[in-house]
Design a binder for this molecule. Structure first.
Ligand SMILES: [Zn+2]
Ligand SMILES: [Zn+2]
Length: 172
């Protein structure tokens, strides 16, 4: 290990160079980064530009940073990164990975994560204690309401017609 120290504008600058036995200049590393299949580790393959027989390989655990968390219906984004310093050369690798939406986690017809209602949920009498009104989103209930509504509309029309006749009768 050779160490050179110089005074530069009042600051002390130190440069270090590791020299191996074969080359007086030391290694001149370049590297390639390879992600593992599951994106948990990065393998850095170092090779010396001065002598291709000088190689090194290190596998580093990736650090995961959540850029955007996924929720029930939208995807998230994770930023994965790894780095390794070799003889003053900082090898880095990073990638962004889209994470899939989590999907709703329904319990008693309501999502425990976001509060969304389960469109397929059918309220059963046993699950609504205390006499609370059952969900009127049920198909048969809807039909009953429609019939009732049409009956009302018909009755109203009849009343209006009768009234119209009475009014016209007065004027004649
Ligand atoms: Zn070398
Ligand atoms: Zn949800």
């Amino acid at each position: 290990m050779y160490t050179a120290t110089a005074q530069l504008g009042g600051a002390t600058v130190t440069a270090r160079k590791t020299v191996d036995g074969d080359s007086p200049l030391g290694h001149d590393w370049t590297y390639t980064a390879t992600w593992s299949e599951d994106n948990t580790t990065v393998t850095f393959d170092f090779i010396c530009n001065r002598d291709k027989s000088h190689t090194d390989q290190v596998t580093v655990k990736a650090i995961k940073e959540t850029v955007k968390a996924a929720d029930c219906t939208t995807t998230g984004l994770d930023r994965l990164s790894a780095s390794y310093e070799k003889d003053g050369l900082l090898a880095t690798a990073s990638k962004d990975v889209v994470t899939s939406a989590l999907g709703h986690d329904y319990k008693d017809g309501v999502c425990t994560n976001c509060g969304a209602k389960d469109p397929n949920y059918k309220a059963t009498p046993t699950s609504t204690p205390g006499g609370t009104a059952p969900d009127t989103g049920d198909g048969t209930d809807l039909l009953a309401w429609t019939v009732l509504l049409l009956a009302c509309a018909g009755a109203l029309t009849a009343v209006l017609r009768r009234r119209a006749r009475q009014i016209s009768g007065k004027h004649n």
